[in-house]
Design a protein around this ligand. Structure first.
Ligand SMILES: Nc1nc2c(ncn2[C@@H]2O[C@H](COP(=O)(O)OP(=O)(O)OP(=O)(O)O)[C@@H](O)[C@H]2O)c(=O)[nH]1
Length: 368
Protein backbone atom coordinates (compact mmCIF):
# COMPACT_ATOMS: atom_id res chain seq x y z
CA UNK A 1 0.00 0.00 0.00
CA UNK A 2 1.30 3.42 -0.89
CA UNK A 3 1.82 5.85 1.90
CA UNK A 4 -0.43 8.87 1.99
CA UNK A 5 2.16 11.59 1.37
CA UNK A 6 4.65 12.71 3.98
CA UNK A 7 2.09 14.43 6.16
CA UNK A 8 1.67 13.14 9.74
CA UNK A 9 -1.94 14.33 9.88
CA UNK A 10 -4.56 11.79 8.80
CA UNK A 11 -5.90 11.98 5.28
CA UNK A 12 -9.65 12.64 5.10
CA UNK A 13 -11.32 10.71 2.29
CA UNK A 14 -14.76 12.12 1.59
CA UNK A 15 -16.76 9.52 -0.37
CA UNK A 16 -19.51 11.01 -2.56
CA UNK A 17 -21.59 9.60 -5.38
CA UNK A 18 -25.08 9.06 -6.69
CA UNK A 19 -27.48 6.72 -4.90
CA UNK A 20 -26.62 3.10 -5.56
CA UNK A 21 -23.19 3.85 -7.06
CA UNK A 22 -21.59 1.74 -4.32
CA UNK A 23 -20.28 4.33 -1.81
CA UNK A 24 -21.03 2.26 1.27
CA UNK A 25 -19.65 -0.92 -0.30
CA UNK A 26 -16.52 1.02 -1.31
CA UNK A 27 -16.05 2.40 2.25
CA UNK A 28 -16.44 -1.13 3.62
CA UNK A 29 -13.92 -2.43 1.08
CA UNK A 30 -11.41 0.36 1.93
CA UNK A 31 -11.82 -0.19 5.67
CA UNK A 32 -11.33 -3.96 5.30
CA UNK A 33 -8.24 -3.41 3.14
CA UNK A 34 -6.70 -0.98 5.65
CA UNK A 35 -7.44 -3.28 8.58
CA UNK A 36 -5.69 -6.04 6.62
CA UNK A 37 -2.67 -3.70 6.31
CA UNK A 38 -2.73 -3.11 10.10
CA UNK A 39 -3.59 0.49 9.42
CA UNK A 40 -7.14 0.77 10.80
CA UNK A 41 -8.96 3.83 9.49
CA UNK A 42 -11.24 6.15 11.43
CA UNK A 43 -14.66 5.71 9.82
CA UNK A 44 -17.47 8.26 9.96
CA UNK A 45 -20.98 7.67 8.68
CA UNK A 46 -22.86 10.85 7.69
CA UNK A 47 -25.90 9.10 6.22
CA UNK A 48 -28.71 9.41 8.80
CA UNK A 49 -31.10 7.27 6.74
CA UNK A 50 -28.91 4.24 6.10
CA UNK A 51 -30.61 1.10 7.34
CA UNK A 52 -27.62 -1.07 8.10
CA UNK A 53 -23.93 -0.29 7.97
CA UNK A 54 -21.76 -3.16 6.75
CA UNK A 55 -18.76 -1.75 8.66
CA UNK A 56 -18.20 -0.57 12.24
CA UNK A 57 -18.22 3.24 12.28
CA UNK A 58 -16.22 5.17 14.87
CA UNK A 59 -18.69 8.03 14.55
CA UNK A 60 -22.20 7.41 13.29
CA UNK A 61 -24.58 10.34 12.70
CA UNK A 62 -27.45 7.98 13.66
CA UNK A 63 -26.17 7.90 17.26
CA UNK A 64 -26.61 11.68 17.48
CA UNK A 65 -29.64 12.42 15.31
CA UNK A 66 -32.70 10.22 14.92
CA UNK A 67 -33.73 10.95 11.38
CA UNK A 68 -37.32 9.67 11.75
CA UNK A 69 -37.83 11.77 14.89
CA UNK A 70 -36.54 14.82 13.01
CA UNK A 71 -39.07 14.11 10.24
CA UNK A 72 -41.90 13.87 12.78
CA UNK A 73 -40.88 16.87 14.87
CA UNK A 74 -40.37 19.22 11.92
CA UNK A 75 -43.14 17.73 9.76
CA UNK A 76 -40.70 16.89 6.96
CA UNK A 77 -40.50 14.34 4.16
CA UNK A 78 -37.55 11.92 3.84
CA UNK A 79 -35.24 14.33 1.97
CA UNK A 80 -36.05 17.26 4.28
CA UNK A 81 -35.42 14.92 7.24
CA UNK A 82 -31.97 13.97 5.92
CA UNK A 83 -31.01 17.61 5.21
CA UNK A 84 -32.18 18.76 8.66
CA UNK A 85 -30.44 15.83 10.41
CA UNK A 86 -27.20 16.70 8.65
CA UNK A 87 -27.63 20.39 9.54
CA UNK A 88 -28.16 19.47 13.20
CA UNK A 89 -25.09 17.25 13.11
CA UNK A 90 -23.01 19.97 11.43
CA UNK A 91 -23.62 22.23 14.45
CA UNK A 92 -21.66 19.67 16.51
CA UNK A 93 -18.94 19.05 13.97
CA UNK A 94 -16.33 20.84 16.11
CA UNK A 95 -16.62 17.86 18.48
CA UNK A 96 -16.05 15.43 15.60
CA UNK A 97 -12.93 17.44 14.70
CA UNK A 98 -11.67 17.01 18.26
CA UNK A 99 -12.20 13.24 18.05
CA UNK A 100 -10.26 13.10 14.78
CA UNK A 101 -7.45 15.20 16.27
CA UNK A 102 -7.23 12.86 19.25
CA UNK A 103 -7.00 9.82 16.96
CA UNK A 104 -4.53 11.30 14.51
CA UNK A 105 -1.59 9.23 15.72
CA UNK A 106 -3.58 5.98 15.60
CA UNK A 107 -5.28 6.37 12.18
CA UNK A 108 -3.65 7.43 8.94
CA UNK A 109 -6.98 7.69 7.17
CA UNK A 110 -10.36 9.11 8.04
CA UNK A 111 -13.03 7.71 5.70
CA UNK A 112 -16.35 9.50 5.50
CA UNK A 113 -19.46 7.95 3.95
CA UNK A 114 -22.11 10.46 2.84
CA UNK A 115 -25.88 10.31 2.25
CA UNK A 116 -27.23 8.57 -0.85
CA UNK A 117 -28.91 11.76 -2.00
CA UNK A 118 -25.71 13.40 -3.13
CA UNK A 119 -27.18 16.90 -3.35
CA UNK A 120 -28.00 16.74 0.39
CA UNK A 121 -24.30 16.90 1.07
CA UNK A 122 -22.89 18.85 -1.86
CA UNK A 123 -25.58 21.54 -2.06
CA UNK A 124 -26.33 22.12 1.61
CA UNK A 125 -24.77 24.51 4.10
CA UNK A 126 -23.85 21.59 6.35
CA UNK A 127 -21.93 19.88 3.53
CA UNK A 128 -19.86 23.03 3.04
CA UNK A 129 -19.31 23.44 6.80
CA UNK A 130 -18.14 19.84 7.16
CA UNK A 131 -15.92 19.89 4.05
CA UNK A 132 -14.27 23.18 5.00
CA UNK A 133 -13.78 22.14 8.62
CA UNK A 134 -11.98 18.98 7.49
CA UNK A 135 -10.00 20.58 4.68
CA UNK A 136 -8.78 23.49 6.82
CA UNK A 137 -7.20 21.07 9.32
CA UNK A 138 -6.31 17.87 7.44
CA UNK A 139 -5.27 16.88 3.93
CA UNK A 140 -8.64 16.13 2.37
CA UNK A 141 -9.61 14.43 -0.86
CA UNK A 142 -13.00 13.95 -2.52
CA UNK A 143 -13.65 10.48 -3.97
CA UNK A 144 -16.49 10.44 -6.47
CA UNK A 145 -17.84 6.91 -6.84
CA UNK A 146 -19.66 6.21 -10.08
CA UNK A 147 -21.50 3.15 -11.32
CA UNK A 148 -19.54 2.20 -14.46
CA UNK A 149 -22.12 -0.36 -15.53
CA UNK A 150 -24.77 2.36 -15.69
CA UNK A 151 -22.60 4.79 -17.63
CA UNK A 152 -22.09 2.87 -20.87
CA UNK A 153 -24.42 5.22 -22.70
CA UNK A 154 -22.42 8.32 -23.74
CA UNK A 155 -25.21 10.69 -22.68
CA UNK A 156 -25.55 9.08 -19.22
CA UNK A 157 -21.75 9.11 -18.96
CA UNK A 158 -21.70 12.82 -19.79
CA UNK A 159 -24.37 13.67 -17.19
CA UNK A 160 -22.35 11.72 -14.60
CA UNK A 161 -19.20 13.64 -15.55
CA UNK A 162 -21.02 16.97 -15.37
CA UNK A 163 -22.14 16.05 -11.88
CA UNK A 164 -18.58 15.16 -10.92
CA UNK A 165 -17.37 18.44 -12.39
CA UNK A 166 -19.94 20.46 -10.42
CA UNK A 167 -18.82 18.73 -7.19
CA UNK A 168 -15.19 19.46 -7.96
CA UNK A 169 -16.02 23.16 -8.35
CA UNK A 170 -18.20 23.14 -5.26
CA UNK A 171 -15.74 21.42 -2.91
CA UNK A 172 -12.54 22.84 -4.47
CA UNK A 173 -10.54 19.82 -3.31
CA UNK A 174 -8.32 17.21 -4.97
CA UNK A 175 -10.61 14.82 -6.75
CA UNK A 176 -10.52 11.11 -7.64
CA UNK A 177 -13.17 9.42 -9.78
CA UNK A 178 -13.65 5.81 -8.72
CA UNK A 179 -15.26 3.91 -11.58
CA UNK A 180 -16.91 1.21 -9.52
CA UNK A 181 -18.40 -2.17 -10.43
CA UNK A 182 -15.62 -3.10 -12.85
CA UNK A 183 -16.50 -6.73 -12.18
CA UNK A 184 -19.57 -6.08 -14.38
CA UNK A 185 -17.86 -4.03 -17.07
CA UNK A 186 -14.27 -2.83 -17.45
CA UNK A 187 -13.90 0.92 -17.16
CA UNK A 188 -11.46 1.19 -20.10
CA UNK A 189 -14.23 2.38 -22.48
CA UNK A 190 -14.89 5.39 -20.22
CA UNK A 191 -11.18 6.22 -19.93
CA UNK A 192 -10.92 6.11 -23.71
CA UNK A 193 -13.89 8.46 -24.06
CA UNK A 194 -12.16 10.89 -21.76
CA UNK A 195 -8.81 10.72 -23.52
CA UNK A 196 -9.91 10.46 -27.13
CA UNK A 197 -12.50 12.93 -28.33
CA UNK A 198 -13.02 11.03 -31.64
CA UNK A 199 -13.98 7.79 -29.88
CA UNK A 200 -16.55 9.65 -27.82
CA UNK A 201 -17.92 11.30 -30.98
CA UNK A 202 -18.23 7.87 -32.63
CA UNK A 203 -20.22 6.58 -29.68
CA UNK A 204 -22.39 9.69 -29.80
CA UNK A 205 -23.08 9.29 -33.53
CA UNK A 206 -25.27 6.35 -32.69
CA UNK A 207 -27.46 8.67 -30.63
CA UNK A 208 -30.05 10.62 -32.54
CA UNK A 209 -31.63 12.66 -29.76
CA UNK A 210 -31.16 16.44 -29.70
CA UNK A 211 -29.04 16.20 -26.52
CA UNK A 212 -26.34 14.42 -28.52
CA UNK A 213 -25.28 17.77 -30.05
CA UNK A 214 -25.16 19.36 -26.63
CA UNK A 215 -23.22 16.36 -25.33
CA UNK A 216 -20.72 16.76 -28.20
CA UNK A 217 -20.13 20.40 -27.24
CA UNK A 218 -19.93 19.54 -23.56
CA UNK A 219 -17.24 16.94 -24.16
CA UNK A 220 -15.08 19.69 -25.68
CA UNK A 221 -15.71 21.91 -22.68
CA UNK A 222 -14.86 19.09 -20.27
CA UNK A 223 -11.55 18.35 -21.98
CA UNK A 224 -9.67 20.51 -19.49
CA UNK A 225 -11.49 18.83 -16.57
CA UNK A 226 -10.64 15.35 -17.91
CA UNK A 227 -6.97 16.19 -18.39
CA UNK A 228 -6.37 16.80 -14.68
CA UNK A 229 -8.69 14.08 -13.41
CA UNK A 230 -7.46 11.05 -11.44
CA UNK A 231 -9.45 7.99 -12.53
CA UNK A 232 -9.34 4.52 -10.97
CA UNK A 233 -11.28 1.39 -11.89
CA UNK A 234 -12.46 -0.52 -8.82
CA UNK A 235 -14.71 -3.35 -7.86
CA UNK A 236 -15.85 -2.65 -4.33
CA UNK A 237 -17.38 -6.10 -4.15
CA UNK A 238 -14.22 -7.94 -5.20
CA UNK A 239 -11.81 -5.47 -3.67
CA UNK A 240 -9.84 -5.01 -6.91
CA UNK A 241 -8.14 -1.79 -8.01
CA UNK A 242 -7.28 -0.66 -4.48
CA UNK A 243 -3.51 -0.49 -5.02
CA UNK A 244 -4.05 1.90 -7.89
CA UNK A 245 -6.52 3.82 -5.73
CA UNK A 246 -3.90 4.36 -3.00
CA UNK A 247 -1.35 5.53 -5.59
CA UNK A 248 -3.86 8.11 -6.82
CA UNK A 249 -4.75 9.05 -3.23
CA UNK A 250 -1.10 9.68 -2.50
CA UNK A 251 -0.87 11.98 -5.54
CA UNK A 252 -4.05 13.76 -4.46
CA UNK A 253 -2.56 14.39 -1.00
CA UNK A 254 0.56 15.86 -2.63
CA UNK A 255 -1.73 18.07 -4.70
CA UNK A 256 -3.53 19.15 -1.52
CA UNK A 257 -0.23 20.07 0.17
CA UNK A 258 1.02 21.91 -2.91
CA UNK A 259 -2.07 23.76 -4.07
CA UNK A 260 -4.86 23.62 -1.53
CA UNK A 261 -3.08 23.98 1.80
CA UNK A 262 -1.63 27.43 0.95
CA UNK A 263 -5.13 28.51 -0.04
CA UNK A 264 -6.63 27.19 3.23
CA UNK A 265 -3.79 28.84 5.22
CA UNK A 266 -4.57 32.10 3.43
CA UNK A 267 -8.29 31.67 4.20
CA UNK A 268 -7.50 30.92 7.85
CA UNK A 269 -5.34 34.04 8.13
CA UNK A 270 -8.04 36.15 6.48
CA UNK A 271 -10.56 34.74 8.95
CA UNK A 272 -8.23 35.45 11.90
CA UNK A 273 -7.70 39.02 10.66
CA UNK A 274 -11.46 39.52 10.27
CA UNK A 275 -12.02 38.19 13.81
CA UNK A 276 -9.32 40.47 15.24
CA UNK A 277 -10.82 43.44 13.43
CA UNK A 278 -14.25 42.53 14.80
CA UNK A 279 -12.79 42.45 18.32
CA UNK A 280 -11.11 45.84 17.80
CA UNK A 281 -14.36 47.32 16.45
CA UNK A 282 -16.27 45.98 19.46
CA UNK A 283 -13.70 47.52 21.81
CA UNK A 284 -13.93 50.80 19.92
CA UNK A 285 -17.72 50.76 20.22
CA UNK A 286 -17.37 50.04 23.93
CA UNK A 287 -15.02 53.01 24.26
CA UNK A 288 -17.54 55.28 22.54
CA UNK A 289 -20.36 53.98 24.76
CA UNK A 290 -18.25 54.76 27.81
CA UNK A 291 -17.57 58.34 26.68
CA UNK A 292 -19.18 60.06 29.76
CA UNK A 293 -17.24 57.78 32.09
CA UNK A 294 -14.15 58.94 30.31
CA UNK A 295 -14.94 62.59 31.12
CA UNK A 296 -15.66 61.76 34.72
CA UNK A 297 -12.39 59.89 34.90
CA UNK A 298 -10.69 62.91 33.45
CA UNK A 299 -12.04 65.13 36.23
CA UNK A 300 -11.16 62.64 38.90
CA UNK A 301 -7.65 62.05 37.72
CA UNK A 302 -7.22 65.77 37.17
CA UNK A 303 -4.55 65.05 34.59
CA UNK A 304 -4.15 67.03 31.38
CA UNK A 305 -3.05 63.89 29.57
CA UNK A 306 -6.13 61.98 30.57
CA UNK A 307 -8.12 63.29 27.61
CA UNK A 308 -5.76 61.33 25.37
CA UNK A 309 -6.51 58.10 27.24
CA UNK A 310 -9.16 55.51 26.56
CA UNK A 311 -11.76 54.67 29.22
CA UNK A 312 -10.09 51.48 30.33
CA UNK A 313 -6.80 53.29 30.83
CA UNK A 314 -8.63 55.96 32.82
CA UNK A 315 -10.34 53.37 34.98
CA UNK A 316 -6.97 51.84 35.71
CA UNK A 317 -5.51 55.27 36.47
CA UNK A 318 -8.13 55.81 39.14
CA UNK A 319 -6.56 53.10 41.22
CA UNK A 320 -3.06 54.57 40.72
CA UNK A 321 -3.21 58.16 41.72
CA UNK A 322 0.17 59.77 42.29
CA UNK A 323 1.10 61.22 45.63
CA UNK A 324 0.08 64.83 44.88
CA UNK A 325 -3.31 63.70 43.86
CA UNK A 326 -3.58 61.42 46.86
CA UNK A 327 -2.73 64.48 48.96
CA UNK A 328 -5.47 66.46 47.26
CA UNK A 329 -7.88 63.59 47.79
CA UNK A 330 -7.09 63.46 51.50
CA UNK A 331 -7.33 67.31 51.70
CA UNK A 332 -10.82 67.03 50.37
CA UNK A 333 -11.55 64.44 53.02
CA UNK A 334 -10.55 66.94 55.70
CA UNK A 335 -13.56 69.09 54.83
CA UNK A 336 -16.30 68.82 57.43
CA UNK A 337 -19.12 67.72 55.18
CA UNK A 338 -21.84 68.29 57.76
CA UNK A 339 -20.85 71.93 58.27
CA UNK A 340 -20.71 72.52 54.57
CA UNK A 341 -24.10 70.97 54.00
CA UNK A 342 -25.64 72.93 56.89
CA UNK A 343 -24.18 76.13 55.52
CA UNK A 344 -26.08 75.41 52.28
CA UNK A 345 -29.24 74.26 54.02
CA UNK A 346 -29.59 77.22 56.40
CA UNK A 347 -30.44 79.99 53.88
CA UNK A 348 -32.81 77.66 52.07
CA UNK A 349 -34.62 76.84 55.31
CA UNK A 350 -34.83 80.54 56.20
CA UNK A 351 -36.36 81.31 52.81
CA UNK A 352 -38.86 78.51 53.24
CA UNK A 353 -39.92 79.80 56.68
CA UNK A 354 -40.26 83.33 55.36
CA UNK A 355 -42.40 82.24 52.41
CA UNK A 356 -44.67 80.14 54.69
CA UNK A 357 -45.12 83.05 57.07
CA UNK A 358 -46.06 85.45 54.24
CA UNK A 359 -48.54 82.90 52.80
CA UNK A 360 -50.16 82.52 56.28
CA UNK A 361 -50.47 86.30 56.73
CA UNK A 362 -52.01 86.70 53.23
CA UNK A 363 -54.64 84.01 53.95
CA UNK A 364 -55.63 85.45 57.36
CA UNK A 365 -56.03 89.00 55.94
CA UNK A 366 -58.32 87.57 53.19
CA UNK A 367 -60.50 85.84 55.84
CA UNK A 368 -60.97 89.09 57.81
N1 LIG B 1 -21.39 -5.89 -8.98
C1 LIG B 1 -21.10 -4.98 -8.10
N2 LIG B 1 -22.03 -4.48 -7.29
C2 LIG B 1 -21.71 -3.53 -6.41
C3 LIG B 1 -20.39 -3.03 -6.29
N3 LIG B 1 -20.38 -2.10 -5.32
C4 LIG B 1 -21.61 -2.00 -4.86
N4 LIG B 1 -22.43 -2.85 -5.50
C5 LIG B 1 -23.85 -3.06 -5.28
O1 LIG B 1 -24.53 -1.85 -5.58
C6 LIG B 1 -25.65 -1.69 -4.72
C7 LIG B 1 -25.55 -0.34 -4.03
O2 LIG B 1 -24.40 -0.35 -3.21
P1 LIG B 1 -24.25 0.61 -1.97
O3 LIG B 1 -22.88 0.43 -1.46
O4 LIG B 1 -25.37 0.47 -1.02
O5 LIG B 1 -24.38 2.01 -2.72
P2 LIG B 1 -24.49 3.45 -2.07
O6 LIG B 1 -23.95 4.40 -3.07
O7 LIG B 1 -23.90 3.50 -0.73
O8 LIG B 1 -26.06 3.56 -1.97
P3 LIG B 1 -26.88 4.72 -1.20
O9 LIG B 1 -26.47 4.65 0.24
O10 LIG B 1 -28.29 4.37 -1.46
O11 LIG B 1 -26.47 5.97 -1.84
C8 LIG B 1 -25.60 -2.85 -3.72
O12 LIG B 1 -26.47 -3.83 -4.16
C9 LIG B 1 -24.17 -3.35 -3.84
O13 LIG B 1 -24.04 -4.72 -3.56
C10 LIG B 1 -19.40 -3.59 -7.16
O14 LIG B 1 -18.23 -3.25 -7.13
N5 LIG B 1 -19.81 -4.54 -8.02
Amino acid sequence: MAAAGESAAPVCVLVLGMAGSGKTTFVQCLAAHLHGQRCPPYVINLDPAVHELPFPANIDIRDTVKYKEVMKQYGLGPNGGIVTSLNLFATRFDQVMKFIEKRQNASKYVIIDTPGQIEVFTWSASGTIITEALASSFPSVVVYVMDTSRSTNPITFMSNMLYACSILYKTKLPFIVVMNKTDIIDHSFAVEWMQDFETFQDALNQETSYVSNLTRSMSLVLDEFYSSLKVVGVSAVLGTGLDDFFVQLSKAVEEYEREYRPEYERLRKTLEKAQNKQKRDQLERLRKDMGPVCMQGNTLAGSDDASAMGPSELILTRGNLDEDEEERESDTDDIDHEVTEESHEEPAFKNFMQETRMRYQRRSSENE
